[in-house]
Design a protein around this ligand. Sequence first.
Ligand SMILES: [Zn+2]
Length: 302
Amino acid sequence: MDPSQLSGLDLSKVPSHAIRPKGVPCVGNKADGCWWSCDQCKAPTDVSRCPGPKQWGLTFDDGPSGNTTALLDFLDQRNIKATLFIVGSRVTDNPDILRRAYKAKHQIAIHTWSHTALTSQSNEQIIAEMSWTQKIIKSAIGVTPLYMRPPYGDIDDRVRGVLAAMGLKVILWDRDTNDWRLNFGNPTNYNPAWISGNETKWIDATVRGEDNPITLEHDLTVEGIREAMTVIPRITDAGISVLPVGECLKDSRWYAEDDGSELRTSSAGAISSAISSTCRSERGWYATVGLMAVYTIVMFVL
Ligand SMILES: [Zn+2]
């Protein structure tokens, strides 16, 4: 990793829970360190719902991909903004799509560099996953995201400690659309109609004031985006405000460059004009950063 990524970080308060190698099962009903992957344990600092009333935090993970463009077209047509959790390594191929999303006032957030399970990573590897993703996003849009979501929801108190030291806010979800299952061609153990049925329940609960969900969706596959296009109009038609998470939280600091003085809104977001002309179309630079980050992460894995 770049040693400068460690400078200024105080890791003294990071709990010392052991690294959990991928595939290690959760034993019993509880795990130490509030390990979400074991028992869906959430810490008080994990955000998984909007404060309401009648709010719906709309989030998409795993882009930017070639399919993200169709989603952005749809959201533009309806003037709906979302939070997009970005996989850093995918920015190398799709910087223009990320730039378009930012200009359209969607909230840009972090979803690691390599989409790895963070509890399987050392503290230094976690920092590298976050820092390289922040760096490539800043190179594309000029700002540094402060919101993140762990892939697979895989987080425990050690990971939370590292992320807190970096000043990052953890966003989980309380409603999983399971849209990623659509990509498997309607397997016998999954019925696509369940998504629609679940969404109907969530909409009804939100209208009744019993829920203000943050939903988990993906902009990686055609099937997932098609499902979002079907469901989102039903949410707005029910009178529910569909918002980026940062907006439903009334948080004025989505990015490190924000001075906190201006509240972002979907209709009049305080989008910085920081997209530097020097950052445009520098694909060679992206390739260099990508290779350096992969090299760094591989070095720590080995
Ligand atoms: Zn993901």
